[in-house]
Design a protein around this ligand. Structure first.
Ligand code: MN3
Length: 252
């Protein structure tokens, strides 16, 4: 089944962004969303939602700072979540406030383009980090199941082939960025793509379901320049239940 067309809803916007399915839930109640995503993972958990009371918020980690140790160290997780991710949340709120002022004529409209660029950078950073944290779990199952496993087999031949391609995307990002696994809106096919910074190389209508942060702040304390070593550890932490739930939602 193909994904449905996008829509926008202020209330659910960040929840949808963090679920990677902006635009899919038109006309559905929270109960239906909850029910749809059970029992794999709870997409309505606080950790999955980054918007509340008219502002972007830093969602709590879905586990303790040291829960991913030794594959991902406590200091990196703490700094990354509490400082880096928090900075994107602050930047997103600041950009949105400026846009509101432009709308009211309190700030000159010549600031619009730069402000929207800021908003894109920070909201994309916020949404992808929110996905990143929930895409990982301590002691996850080793392989995807369900419809996602079948789609990977159909499109890549095997999980091993898929992993080779995904690791190549992680290593291929030049400078700062992300390796994303996304569902392409029109075809419903899986696409692996690298995103520079947070917001570049995204194709409108793509729905990310798996995000590996390959900015140096994600790994430099533990791995220094060894991005490949970090990627190997990230793959061992992938919360396949979460990725499957995101895939099912994107395809519904
Ligand atoms: Mn980061």
């Amino acid at each position: 089944m193909r994904p449905s067309l996008p829509y926008t809803s202020r209330r659910h916007f960040m929840a949808l962004m963090t679920m990677g399915i902006a635009g899919i839930w038109a006309g559905r109640s929270d109960d239906q969303i909850e029910q749809h995503n059970q029992p794999q993972t709870n997409m309505n958990s606080k950790s999955h939602i980054g918007y509340e009371d008219d502002k972007y918020i830093l969602p709590p980690l879905p586990y303790a700072y040291d829960a991913l140790d030794p594959l991902m160290d406590e200091e990196t997780v703490k700094l990354h979540h509490d400082k880096h991710h928090a900075a994107y949340v602050a930047g997103a709120n600041a950009a949105m406030e400026t846009l509101k002022k432009i709308a009211k004529g309190e700030v000159d409209s010549s600031a619009t383009n730069a402000t929207v660029r800021n908003l894109a950078f920070h909201t994309a950073g916020h949404a992808l980090h929110t996905m990143y944290w929930t895409n990982m779990a301590p002691n996850p199952k080793k392989e995807p199941g369900g419809k996602l496993a079948q789609a990977i087999k159909d499109e890549y031949g095997s999980l091993e082939n898929f992993m080779t391609a995904y690791k190549a995307a992680c290593m291929g990002v030049q400078g700062s960025g992300w390796a994303l696994l996304s569902v392409e809106c029109l075809s419903g096919k899986l696409v692996i793509n690298g995103a520079e910074k947070h917001e570049n190389c995204e194709i409108p209508g793509m729905t990310p379901i798996l995000a590996c942060d390959v900015w140096e702040h994600a790994y430099y304390l533990k791995h220094q320049n060894n991005r490949a070593g970090f990627v190997e550890n990230f793959i061992k932490l992938i919360n396949w239940d979460d990725v499957e739930a995101r895939y099912d939602a994107a395809m519904s």
